[in-house]
Design a protein. Structure first.
Lengths: 270, 326
């Protein structure tokens, strides 16, 4: 679909996402050090050839921990988007296609979800259940339902008016066939944009929750918790905060630029 | 008429708005016989397309059939549920849409879209479906059908797309085809080709059709009988020849008078003053009264009963007993 990125933001977005993804994949086989290996001799050492991003308060290699943490980030982002997309797709497609009272009912439910500030909803859910990777993912998934539901509903309503949908009804096609065969393929690009933005949103929210100690629990590595651990040493070992923070920023920026880029390239085409 | 395939009897369709219901089709009654092509003419906003959609059961969400029956063979289409409709659409009745540019899904190949009807209604194998699709594509004059089968709509010109749309309507071998202005969106030369296609299909396939158009030239070349609609009512009905040579209703007369042809070269073309009254501006009288040169007092009060006059029937007070013949 996008063999030649036409815009610079899209190019930067793709580069960032690809770089971080590759780093994540490498971390399954190789990290410079064992991310949990403690070297009390080299506590809080500044970046050097030996430890590119320096070490933390236990003497653990920060780069290795960031690499390991990227697995968590991708896992939560991906799972949360999957949950949000699946539920949002069902809600949005039903609401948009059938309209009427079903639409009202489903969209009021979505509005109710939307009325909570996202992170607050997540905090509430996490505190009702046990904090941890699982409940973080579920909470972030629920948080992203409204975005998907609204975008899919809107696009379906827009495309439903097209003659080819009417023509397909006139051919005797049923609702499911029309939704899956004729409508959804036509709205993949807004869904892709939403998925990309929602992915970065989930990564950011996961970091936020973990920073507050409500998200991913030890021993699972998490960027958010690394930030929290780095906080006391913000003046004595600023590289700890900066490298971790920078990686989160680049990840979020990458997916945001990717999403915006896809949207722009589609606008240009139309 | 004993061999009527489709009999529409006293159908009313109204639109629901926030401030009430507004009738859009009033007491529509007509029938289509086996092997007959019935044309529907009228200006925009007269309910031609709505009539087509009513027969097809694809009314807009805020419109509803409030009265009447639509007998198709022995089934009353007005009383079908969605499941029963799906068995009829595409297989027994199919529809040709006006806009070939938008009536094809941009993301599916031509072959797939034509085949969709077979997939729904038959249990043919993939190979049989493809063979059937290719043969229908050939019969509507699509060249290089094998190659086109795998093309996407954007590869095709408007005329070719309309042939694809026609192939989609034909492949299920329906008993009735509803064509909603199938040539309006095409340029004149393509229009002539598509009309020739309709004429040859009519001769070879014994199709029954409802053919909607606002173009008398098109109507004359394909239709046997014609219905003139105005503001949701049938004002005149008859054979094409009778109506063209001897129109009775002032609206039909005006429509025919405003057809441009070479004998009128150099003269001002006749146009009907005013516009079709909007949905909310229609009273109980004759909707054409405000634009009619022969308006009488009664026209404002009551819509006339149709009167049979030889080959045609007219709904106008000029010819009813209550009215005064000039």
């Amino acid at each position: 679909m996008m063999t030649k990125p036409k815009s610079i933001p899209l190019f930067i977005g793709i580069s960032l996402v690809v770089t971080i993804s590759i780093t994540m994949l490498i971390s399954f086989f190789y990290t410079p050090y064992d991310p949990n290996e403690i070297h009390s001799a080299s506590r809080l050492s500044s970046p050097s050839a030996e430890h590119l991003f320096g070490t933390d308060n236990f003497g653990r290699d920060i780069l290795s921990r960031i690499m390991e943490g990227s697995q968590t980030a991708f896992l939560t982002g991906f799972s949360a988007v999957s949950i949000g997309l699946t539920v949002g797709l069902v809600i949005g497609a039903c609401a948009g296609y059938f309209e009427g009272w079903l639409d009202e009912l489903l969209m009021r439910f979505v509005d109710a979800l939307l009325a909570f500030p996202g992170i607050l909803l997540a905090i509430m859910l996490v505190s009702v259940f046990e904090p941890g990777m699982g409940s973080t993912i579920v909470a972030l998934g629920i948080m992203s339902i409204p975005t998907f539901a609204r975008i899919i509903r809107g696009s379906i309503i827009q495309y439903k008016k097209f003659d080819f949908v009417q023509a397909s009804i006139a051919k005797g096609a049923g609702s499911l066939r029309i939704i899956f065969r004729h409508l959804l393929p036509n709205i993949t690009s807004p869904i892709l944009v939403a998925a990309s933005l929602s992915f970065s949103g989930s990564v950011l929210a996961e970091s936020g929750l973990s920073y507050l100690g409500l998200g991913v629990q030890p021993p699972d590595p998490s960027w958010g918790r690394m930030l929290k651990e780095a906080q006391p040493y913000i003046t004595s070992a600023p590289w700890y905060v900066i490298t971790t923070g920078l990686v989160i920023t680049l990840m979020v920026l990458g997916f945001n630029l990717l999403g915006d880029g896809i949207r722009d390239s589609n606008d240009n085409r139309a | 008429m004993t061999d009527a395939l489709l009999t529409i009897d006293d159908v009313n369709v109204s639109f629901r708005f926030s401030d009430g219901h507004y009738p859009a089709l009033n007491h529509i009654s007509f029938s289509v016989s086996q092997n007959e092509v019935v044309g529907i003419v009228g200006e925009s906003g007269c309910g031609k397309s709505l009539t087509a959609r009513t027969i097809m059961g694809i009314l807009p969400d805020n419109a509803m059939l409030s009265q009447g029956s639509i007998m198709f063979d022995d089934t009353d289409l007005a009383r079908l549920d969605e499941q029963e409709w799906q068995a009829i659409r595409g297989r027994r009745i199919s529809m040709i849409f006006q806009e070939p540019m938008t009536s094809l899904n941009p993301l599916l190949t031509i072959g797939r879209q034509i085949e969709e009807v077979l997939k729904k209604h038959t249990k043919k194998t993939k190979r049989d479906m493809k063979a059937k699709t290719i043969s229908v594509m050939n019969s509507v004059g699509l060249p290089r059908a094998e190659a086109l089968y795998k093309s996407y709509p954007h590869h095709l010109s408007g005329g070719m797309r309309q042939r694809v749309v026609i192939a989609m309507a034909l492949i299920g071998e329906p008993d009735l085809i509803i064509a909603d202005e199938p040539t309006t969106a095409l340029d004149v030369t393509i229009q002539a080709q598509i009309l020739d296609l309709f004429k040859s299909l009519k001769a070879t396939r014994n199709m029954s059709m409802v053919f909607i158009s606002h173009d008398w030239g098109v109507i004359r070349s394909v239709c046997d009988r014609v219905i003139v609609m105005y503001a949701g009512r049938i004002v005149e009905e008859g054979t094409v020849e009778a109506l063209l040579q001897n129109p009775q209703h002032p609206y039909t007369k005006a429509l025919i008078q405003s057809i441009p042809d070479h004998t009128k070269k150099g003269q001002m073309l006749y146009t009907i003053p005013g516009t079709v009254p909007g949905l909310k501006e229609r009273g109980s009288g004759c909707p054409f009264a405000s634009r009619c040169q022969h308006k009488q007092a009664i026209c404002e009060q009551k819509f006339p009963e149709p009167v049979r006059m030889g080959e045609q029937s007219v709904a106008c007070h000029l010819y009813s007993e209550a009215g005064v013949l000039e």
